[in-house]
Design a binder for this molecule. Structure first.
Ligand SMILES: [Zn+2]
Length: 286
């Protein structure tokens, strides 16, 4: 079974240590402890293509990522100049990284961006302090505690007559098509969000919706929830603000695209994107 990108970090997150100042200090003093090296918030790879780690030095604030077979792993809290950047340059590095390394880096990136966006208390406006070893911020003025947010996004294939609906956003690379996606809104279930997005963006009504897989997506902190919905028909009414184009693709077309065939009807999303996993599993009948 294809493993979604950004999953499988395999770390013990050791939540029970996050508020234990004494044991955290011991972990930081541990000679085996490692600090993730970052270029701003981008990954830095070693000669073997793995994440680069170093000793814990010269960093004012650290995020405790967890324990790897007892070895404490940390990431630096960095001051980000630009928030919410898609960082297309990072995608080239991600295509070289294992899902496990991408998962560890992704958590560090999401946490960093969240800290940078939450320097002030959303309740009273006072500057906040890092707490829970990086897995929260606390307001010293009103006492409010804030926790890293995860934004659920549905990403889905509508399926009809053994074909799936693929679309392209105006900002995609040339000939790239992917599954449609959108944020889950307050008051909505995953199934309802899938049906609404397909109706809004493509005018497609779906009946049954089934869950396939999920992945964290660290730009900046989404949880991508991949689903397949059974479409009632193939007529399309596109929302041109969201989609430049869309079409129904058969199995042969999806197979060719995933294989990187230059004659395929579209260019597949990269392997670290869950849309790739979704297409792979649909092809496998999953
Ligand atoms: Zn406050």
């Amino acid at each position: 079974m294809t493993q979604p990108g950004f999953t499988g970090a395999g770390l013990d997150r050791a939540d029970h240590l996050r508020l234990d100042a004494e044991r955290l200090a011991d972990l930081m003093a541990n000679g085996d402890a490692r600090l993730l090296r970052l270029d701003m918030v981008d990954p830095v790879l070693d000669e073997q293509g793995g994440l680069l780690w170093g000793p814990l030095d010269g960093v004012a604030e650290m995020l405790f990522l967890g324990l790897e077979e007892g070895r404490p792993l940390f990431a630096p809290l960095v001051r980000m100049e630009q928030l919410g950047q898609r960082a297309w340059g990072v995608f080239r590095l991600l295509s070289l990284m294992s899902p496990r390394d991408a998962a560890i880096w992704g958590a560090a990136r999401s946490l960093n961006e969240w800290h940078n966006r939450h320097g002030f208390c959303p309740v009273c406006g006072h500057p906040t302090d890092l707490f829970r070893a990086g897995w929260g911020r606390k307001c010293p003025n009103c006492g409010a505690e804030h926790f890293p947010r995860v934004d659920p996004v549905v990403i889905m294939l509508a399926e009809h007559d053994d074909r799936v609906l693929l679309g392209r956003s105006p900002h995609y690379p040339p000939s790239r098509y992917s599954a449609l996606a959108g944020f889950v809104e307050p008051g909505e279930s995953i199934e309802e969000a899938v049906a609404r997005e397909l109706q809004e963006e493509a005018g497609v009504a779906v009946g049954g919706v089934r869950y396939v897989a999920s992945q964290p997506w660290p730009f900046p902190g989404s949880l991508m929830i991949a689903c397949i919905g059974q479409a009632e028909g193939e007529a399309l009414t596109l929302d041109r603000n969201e989609l430049e184009d869309a079409f129904w693709c058969d199995r042969a077309g999806v197979e060719a695209a995933l294989a990187g065939d230059p004659d395929a009807p579209f260019q597949a999303p990269p392997p670290f994107a869950i849309a790739n996993t979704l297409l792979t599993r649909w092809l496998a009948g999953g």
